[in-house]
Design a protein around this ligand. Structure first.
Ligand SMILES: Cc1cc2nc3c(=O)[nH]c(=O)nc-3n(C[C@H](O)[C@H](O)[C@H](O)COP(=O)(O)OP(=O)(O)OC[C@H]3O[C@@H](n4cnc5c(N)ncnc54)[C@H](O)[C@@H]3O)c2cc1C
Length: 383
């Protein structure tokens, strides 16, 4: 896979303007890193995957992965922006020419932010097909009612990709039918009072929310693809999402490993560096081996994805292994630093909290194991 050295160096340079104290202050106040997001947007990174004809850079998934990995490796947090990279595919692959021409150029310039992804609901969670939010056709509009949970960045986004039920579950032949995807103009709905957003306070600074739809009107022109086929469209974007999140975890793991091994070389106790003790070395070395193995699978998955092959198995396994590697690296890093690992000024405890998410969201480990068991190994379906 191409290394994108020049892009990585530029991203690293940009990130240097947002050092630890910037993130610590944001984390403490639970503030969205608007300045960082604006800088990424101005430099064109958020438009990496938008084709050149719509004003983007037209880069492949591997480049987006390199950008997100580098952001994490530099100690920053791509959670504030990564959704635009992975929801973009839904619009690109399934949106109409008219929708792409209307929205993508403005997303590319940063005038519109496509950062919100409304799938999870309070009572369905992982069981997406049981979601309850409805979109009922009325003339040339759909009327949406329901609630989404964990809709991250909703307060900092202009557009949302929304999955809602357009045909009741009991009226469709297959359980995967009857759901549709919409591109929602959130600012319009907020102004109309039909969309409301409530922030959720979480253990890390992730700007996540719950959103409520009260007779929200969406023009029928904002339906993406065919009505009733939305679940398929969301699924088709999941491999890219898994691979990009895995790349972020690789970046986190590298950050933790560099911090831990650096500190182990410098911290002197009992007259020698603590890193001279194998009890200190081995957890860091093990995390490094885990990270490298996961990284190879991320590259393998991306290569398959870019070749137009089904990367489902690799994307899922890469996401699981990379999230576990970043957690192992975080654990080794905090242990190596002893008490200092808990001090906010070292950034370790912040990154430790941030990286834990990726074993749960956007998909939890059990669901990945279930995919591997059933789709790769052919064992019976469990649900
Ligand atoms: C900070 C944060 C940000 C998020 N951002 C978004 C977002 O922007 N948009 C969005 O749509 N969603 C978002 N999510 C939701 C996220 O995708 C879900 O939390 C995740 O998919 C798990 O769903 P759940 O929380 O409902 O857990 P549940 O589905 O309730 O599952 C709970 C636990 O049970 C396990 N489990 C469930 N069923 C089975 C089974 N059959 N076999 C074995 N184990 C099982 C799960 O693996 C999990 O560990 C976010 C979540 C968080 C925490």
């Amino acid at each position: 896979m191409q290394d994108y050295t020049a892009i990585r160096e530029e991203v690293a340079k940009l990130c240097a303007a947002f050092p630890g104290p910037y993130w610590q202050a944001k984390d403490k106040r639970r503030e969205y890193p608007s300045e960082f997001v604006a800088a990424l947007g101005e430099a064109g990174y958020l438009a990496a995957l938008i084709p050149e004809e719509y004003g983007g850079a037209g880069l492949p998934l591997s480049a987006a992965a390199a950008i997100l990995e580098e952001i994490q490796r530099q100690g920053c947090n791509g959670g504030a922006v990564h959704a635009q990279m992975y929801v973009m595919g839904t619009v690109l692959r399934h949106g109409s020419e008219e929708q792409k021409a209307r929205y993508l150029p403005r997303v590319a310039t940063g005038e519109l932010r496509l950062q919100a992804f409304g799938v999870t609901e309070p009572t369905s969670g992982t069981d997406t097909l049981s979601l309850k939010t409805t979109a009922r056709r009325e003339g040339d509009h759909y009327i949406v009612n329901g609630q989404k949970l964990w809709t991250s960045r909703a307060e900092h986004s202009d557009l949302m990709i929304l999955l809602a039920r357009t045909t009741p579950r009991e009226e469709v032949a297959s359980r995967t039918e009857g759901l549709s995807v919409f591109l929602v103009d959130m600012k319009e709905a907020l102004a109309a009072g039909t969309l409301s957003i409530r922030p959720i306070d979480t253990m890390m600074n992730h700007a996540t929310t719950e959103v409520f739809f009260d007779n929200m009107r969406i023009p029928a022109a904002n339906l993406i693809g065919e009505e009733g086929k939305g679940f398929r469209y969301i699924l088709s974007g999941m491999n890219a999402e898994r691979l990009l999140i895995a790349a972020e975890c690789i970046g986190d793991a590298k950050w933790f490993i560099e911090k831990a091994s650096g500190y182990a070389k410098e911290r002197v106790l009992f007259g020698r560096p603590i890193g001279q003790n194998q009890g200190v070395q081995f957890p860091i070395a093990r995390a490094y081996a885990q990270m490298r193995a996961a990284e190879l699978l991320v590259h393998d998955g991306i290569a398959k994805y870019e070749a137009g092959e089904n990367a489902g198995a690799e994307a899922n396994m890469a996401k699981m292994l990379a999230a576990e590697a970043s957690w192992a690296a975080g654990e080794a890093c905090i242990q190596t630093h002893g008490g200092f690992g808990f001090a906010a000024e070292y950034d370790i405890e912040r990154k430790f909290r941030e990286t834990r998410l990726y074993q749960v969201a956007p998909i939890s480990t059990n669901m990945i194991l279930s995919y591997v068991a059933e789709h790769v190994l052919g064992m019976p379906r469990s649900y």
